[in-house]
Design a protein around this ligand. Structure first.
Ligand code: BGC
Length: 763
């Protein structure tokens, strides 16, 4: 008896603390099971579900945009209109909201507190809302936060610690203001170099994307400093979104199933195995099926084959797009039928209640069963219970000073530094040695927004004046790095050649910072991957001076530079290095940091021929000088730089590549080892990439595949021996077109740099 009273007391104390008793519907004595934090989650889910009306259930399956509940109807205005919110939550039972733009944390806190109060205190059952947002490289939709390099740069570090840090810091900076659900990580594999979302990926290799994604989830899910909060992650965009035939965003994908299984599926499988909670669908059609209407992709593959038990969220207005875009449905109701029967749980509607109305009618007409609705609602409620929303629905403002801390900024800076890729350095023009006079030109020379790219402060990036004052541009970072040099910023090149030469005369070096301006999604669609003509002209004109020319490309994808590469003495691919990016670039230019990034994608030479590094032997069969041995030389010669390329201010050599045995069988293992030596004069780091080539197989195998990577740091003259444990169950199989594992006897090559050793696999 005493025990029971004690536990009732503790429940009441807990409830008072969490503010739940202010929910009007429940007096203390009739506190329902679902509000009991001690009860098992599945019992709480069933209890709550049993109390819900059909309309309330459907509400949990819908997600609306912030524009529908703020005062102006504009996404950027994070000012709650309580009446609009009340109508959607209390009368229409909407269970989730999304989006917004970068306002200060305190404003977000107030917004989320107001919104939560309506859901928890005024709705019949007090179900908290779950708020989703695209904090994709740091809490990027909030002011004053830590903005990391974009994922493509993290890929270039080949260092999963940075991805872990990005997940960890993002969780730290979003949890307290009441953002519960982050639409990250992006697990699309960046195989299509013209696609405008390449920079949101970790690169073109499935292993790299998988490991970066899992590290992100680890940091994001396991940040103990956000207690008592927990957060939901979201991997996107399932599946094969990243390889549209036209290169344009959200356009049709046509891929063999074997390729989908081999290239696009592994990161999602790895994330599911690592406890991923939610997944967002791919907006495109894949092999003739819009993914959001595909039972095959969303249920057979995702649930039955990959074993995903979490929430499937649509991308933006994907139900509506089945009508207006894919045109597989004549009207919204038919589209709703298609998407729900395919397997979605939550529809990002996001501007109307059409989904709720259509789904209600479909159930009332008996076309969709209430059991089917229950399946999805169970998943949504489970998610809300799992992240503790019922216990801790309200944001808090007492720890907001942790946002944008120096400690977090340094994590971002470290990631940016390791992500800078030096691709050319003729006559060791870099690092710059005490230059007396530097001329800096190009559209990214004095821009903050270009460094961070899209999805930063706002969808398409913010306005220049919105970026933090303390953030450097390349110009200000160079001023700090070379305080004694005369640094001249050339905003635009004079048209007159003589005038240009006059202005350049006497400079020790010219730095040209070009590339791209921010873009996101289809606004990044281009028809020509070439670097814009004006920039190529600038490069030619500057090079004509004969003064050493260093080009820094701030870009989300590899803009083609084949015809101007010869004019550059040095080339740095800076990618989109984020808020600390300018400092990282200046550190590399000055030599304070020895560059160690390696390309996470293949840099094509021509728009007419683009391959990934892990292409098939037959991709170059007729092209290769010795087509009998396609595995000998992985480079087909139509790219400028291959995946994994990147120079340093020191040199590294690889030697003594060995395998511990000539053959390995199923269940066994074999150790490959190699010695890396820093043969230059300065300390340096290098990501070591281990590739395997499977030389004969029933399904043609790629010329090489990344199977393991790690970073090594070496002082000048120092060596280290590194090992790669080859276990057949991990690395010697490949998937067939049903995503089933194929183990075949064969001869494998293990390779590091230009070294290779062979061994036999006998399953
Ligand atoms: C994008 C998603 C994003 C969503 C919500 C969509 O258009 O494709 O990546 O998470 O919008 O902003």
């Amino acid at each position: 008896m005493k025990k029971i009273r004690a536990s009732i007391l503790s429940i009441i104390i807990l409830a008072v603390l969490s503010g739940l008793l202010s929910a009007p519907a429940f007096a203390q004595q009739e506190r329902p099971l679902y509000l009991n934090p001690e009860a098992p989650i599945h019992e709480r889910v069933e209890d709550l579900l049993s109390r819900m009306t059909l309309e309330e259930k459907i509400g949990q399956m819908s997600q609306l945009d912030i524009s529908q509940i703020n005062t102006t109807g504009i996404q950027a205005d994070v000012v709650l209109d309580p009446e609009k919110a009340r109508n959607l939550i209390v009368n229409h039972h909407v269970g989730s909201f999304i989006n917004g733009e970068a306002v200060p944390p305190q404003q977000w806190y107030e917004y989320m507190a107001g919104l939560t109060r309506i859901a928890v205190e005024e709705s019949r059952l007090g179900i908290p809302i779950i708020y989703g947002i695209d904090h994709v490289h740091g809490a990027s939709y909030m002011a004053e936060t830590t903005i990391f390099p974009q994922p493509i740069n993290l890929g270039a570090t080949f260092n999963t610690a940075h991805s872990y840090n990005m997940g960890w810091v993002t969780a730290l900076e979003m949890a307290d203001v009441g953002h519960h659900w982050n639409f990250a990580p992006t697990l699309d594999v960046g195989v299509n170099q013209i696609w405008g979302r390449l920079y949101e990926t970790f690169g073109e290799d499935p292993l790299l994307v998988s490991q970066m994604g899992v590290a992100y989830l680890d940091g994001f899910h396991n940040n103990a400093d956000i207690a008592p909060y927990r957060l939901a992650s979201n991997a996107k965009h399932f599946i094969a979104y990243s390889d549209p035939v036209s290169g344009w965003d959200k356009t049709p994908v046509s891929l063999g199933m074997q390729e989908i299984c081999e290239i696009h599926l592994p990161p999602f499988q790895a994330a599911i195995d690592a406890g991923l909670m939610t997944i967002m669908g791919n907006s495109s059609e894949v092999n003739g099926e819009p993914v959001h209407a595909s039972h095959f992709f969303l249920t057979e593959m995702l649930r039955n084959q990959l074993g995903f038990e979490g929430v499937v969220l649509t991308d933006w207005d994907e139900v509506g797009k089945l009508v207006g875009f894919h045109r597989t449905a004549r009207d919204y109701k038919e589209a709703t039928y298609q998407a729900v029967t395919a397997g979605i749980d939550v529809s990002m509607t996001p501007l109307t209640l059409q989904f709720n109305d259509a789904l209600l009618e479909l159930v009332q007409e008996g076309r969709i069963s209430e059991e089917r609705i229950d399946e999805s609602v169970r998943r949504v409620l489970r998610l809300k219970f799992e992240i503790g929303l019922f216990e801790n629905p309200f944001p808090r403002s007492d720890r907001l000073d942790r946002i944008g801390s120096e400690e977090s900024r340094l994590k971002s800076l470290e990631a940016a530094r390791e992500s800078i890729v030096l691709l050319k350095n003729e006559d060791e023009v870099l690092p710059l040695r005490n230059p007396a006079r530097i001329v800096l030109a190009g559209p990214s020379a004095n821009s903050k927004r270009n460094l961070a790219g899209g999805w930063t402060l706002a969808w398409q990036g913010g306005r220049e004046e919105q970026y933090p004052e303390r953030m450097h541009t390349i110009y200000s970072a160079l001023q700090a790095a070379f305080p004694d040099a005369q640094l001249e910023l050339m905003e635009a090149l004079p048209e007159n050649r003589e005038q240009l030469m006059g202005q350049l005369a006497g400079a020790d070096v010219i730095i040209y910072a070009g590339g791209e301006e921010p873009y996101a999604e289809f606004l990044g669609n281009i028809t020509d991957l070439n670097l814009p003509q004006e920039q190529k002209d600038d490069i030619r004109h500057l090079a004509a001076s004969g003064i050493p020319l260093v080009t820094v490309l701030v870009q989300g994808r590899p803009r083609l530079i084949t015809d101007v590469l010869g004019h550059m003495d040095a080339l740095i691919h800076a990618g989109l290095p984020g808020f600390e990016g300018a400092e990282a670039i200046a550190d590399v230019l000055s030599g304070r940091v020895n560059p160690s990034g390696r390309l996470p994608f293949t840099y094509p030479a021509f728009a007419g021929h683009m391959l990934n590094y892990n292409h098939k032997p037959s991709d170059i069969f007729f092209f290769h000088p010795d087509s009998q041995h396609p595995f000998e030389e992985p480079n087909p010669g139509t790219h400028l730089f291959t995946f994994g390329e990147g120079l340093s201010y020191t040199s590294f050599s690889y030697s003594d590549l060995r395998v511990s045995a000539d053959e390995v069988s199923a269940g066994g293992s074999l150790t490959a080892s190699v010695t890396v030596t820093n043969t230059g004069d300065v300390a340096g780091s290098r990501p070591l990439l281990w590739f395997l080539s499977n030389t004969y197989a029933t399904i043609p195998r790629p010329v090489r595949e990344l199977k393991h990577f790690e970073r090594v740091h070496l002082e000048p003259g120092a060596s280290q021996t590194l090992e790669f444990e080859i276990r057949p169950e991990e690395v010697l199989w490949y998937p067939d077109g049903n995503c089933e594992r194929v183990f075949e006897a064969g001869t494998f090559l293990v390779r590091v740099g230009t070294l290779k050793e062979s061994f036999e696999f006998r399953p």
